[in-house]
Design a protein around this ligand. Structure first.
Ligand SMILES: [Zn+2]
Length: 468
């Protein structure tokens, strides 16, 4: 029996099942057999040869789900920390995105995929819109298949109209070769609808419908994708269940109603919306319109690929909005609407539902896939005491506290260290990509891209003068 086939039992943890009742079990075990959750409860008997993991003092939760991440951009980690969305568009869409070769897509995806499992994100949607050719797409899939996480490829190409690439022979050949019956957890078409009345995107929606796959689209992005795009989708019958609307941060009430009524969901990337400028992180709107929510990190060119920061900023942004609105009316919020528990649900169950995978991932119940995360760090003063477990996950824990990660019954991280992941190879490939891009762009363009101009700031006249 190889290690990855052995049963796994996590012993004596505080278990957040994220089942329908959000059952929380203190001092409980989670048993995984043949890759699936077999039993959850106290004092379980494990089969002989099971991998035993001591979860005492830790929090056991379902693997997290990121529904929107441009993994190819991980090779440029942190480069755009000071960007706005405009600068991102100039760099990737207009100036430098075309420079990325298949091996650069591979490098970013490989590092991004390893980063995902390391931080407890067991399912990630690779919103892969740098697929200029199907050689790039093959490279993207090669990297995802090299890492033992669950990955959904959302196929896109910002260098062409979606009606062009999605109808090409090369794309359909790729789909038959790599996706249909392949190893990935899922497949989506990824493209945006800026609202041109000609609605050429119709052809791409028809391809998605013919293949029986969902569409994921950046919607409600300030000044880019507006209510017009939503209306065109609706009028043409393409707002279907399973459609994922990313950001949806600056839409009208009417658009939110349409999303809710047609069975779609919104992938909220709070850190992205806050820095890049798509609009205010929309959970305060989505809650009012009863739109299902999942969370995402968008891109490591600004932020890191773990969902702890997504949970934290999403809860905070929602509350800021609530307080600010109340203050505008000279009122005080005495009780928060949004709770930490709901945000943990969005990071797990919400993602599973958004991807149509709710029967297989997102919760710790018998029969579901054995995708499990243990948060435990005896060396951290912030991991004790654990009194309010959901609050602890959102506001206290961080990626360094991810002790063990199991994907489909395979232990991919243990005692805080990745198992079998070739991080050295990923580093070498990313380093080569960085060298190539820097050399090709030239040092001046490289520096200019990373350090955008700062607009002149006006300091207000201060009527209070200091006297010494
Ligand atoms: Zn995005």
């Amino acid at each position: 029996m190889s290690d990855s086939d052995r049963p796994v039992i996590l012993r004596n943890g505080l278990v957040l099942t994220l089942d329908d009742a959000h059952t929380v079990l203190p001092n409980a075990d989670v048993l995984i057999i043949d890759g699936r959750i077999a039993e959850v409860g106290p004092g379980l008997t494990a089969p002989e040869g099971a991998v035993e993991i001591d979860a005492t003092g830790g929090i056991v939760m379902p693997g997290m789900v990121d529904t929107h991440r441009h993994m190819w951009q991980t090779a440029m980690r942190g480069y755009g920390a000071d960007w706005t969305l405009t600068q991102y568009f100039v760099w990737y869409y207009l100036e430098s995105g075309k420079l990325f070769r298949p091996e650069d897509i591979y490098a970013g995806n490989l590092l991004g995929a390893i980063e995902a499992i390391d931080s407890g994100v067991t399912t990630t949607v690779d919103w892969s819109h740098g697929l200029q050719t199907t050689d790039h797409a093959d490279a993207a899939v090669d990297a995802l298949e090299a890492v033992p996480g669950r990955f959904v490829l959302a196929y896109g190409n910002i260098q062409q109209g979606p009606w062009e690439w999605s109808t090409s022979d090369a794309f359909h050949d790729f789909y038959r070769r790599r996706i249909d019956g392949g190893k990935l957890a899922g497949f989506q078409l990824a493209f945006d609808i800026p609202g041109d009345p000609a609605f050429q995107e119709k052809a791409a929606f028809e391809v998605a419908r013919d293949l029986g796959v969902s569409v994921t689209t950046h919607a409600g992005v300030w000044g880019v994708t507006t209510d017009d795009g939503i209306r065109l989708m609706y009028e043409n019958g393409f707002m279907t269940p399973g459609t994922v609307y990313v950001h949806a941060a600056s839409l009208s009430s009417d658009s939110y109603h349409r999303i809710a009524a047609t069975g779609g969901s919104v992938s909220v990337s709070t850190e992205s919306e806050q820095s890049a400028g798509q609009g205010y992180p929309p959970t305060w709107q989505l809650r009012k319109h009863d739109v299902p929510v999942s969370l995402s990190m968008d891109t490591s060119v600004w932020w890191s690929g773990d969902l702890f920061s997504a949970m934290r900023t999403t809860l905070s942004a929602d509350r800021v909005r609530e307080h600010q609105e109340a203050h505008g009316k000279k009122e005080t919020v005495t009780h928060h609407q949004l709770r930490a528990e709901q945000v943990v649900d969005w990071a797990t169950r919400g993602g599973a539902k958004a991807l149509g995978m709710d029967s297989s991932i997102g919760a710790l119940t018998p029969g579901r896939q054995g995708d499990v995360v243990l948060l435990k760090n005896d060396a951290s003063p912030a991991m004790f005491p654990v009194l309010n477990p959901y609050g602890h996950v959102v506001f206290q824990a961080q990626r360094g506290d991810v002790h063990t990660v199991v994907v489909g019954g395979r232990v991919v991280k243990r005692d805080g260290k990745l198992v079998d992941a070739d991080l050295a190879a990923a580093r070498a490939k990313v380093a080569a990509t960085v060298d190539y891009l820097r050399e090709t762009m030239g040092e001046e363009a490289w520096q200019r891209g990373m350090n955008p101009e700062i607009p002149e700031a006006r300091i207000l006249h201060n009527p209070y003068q200091y006297t010494k």
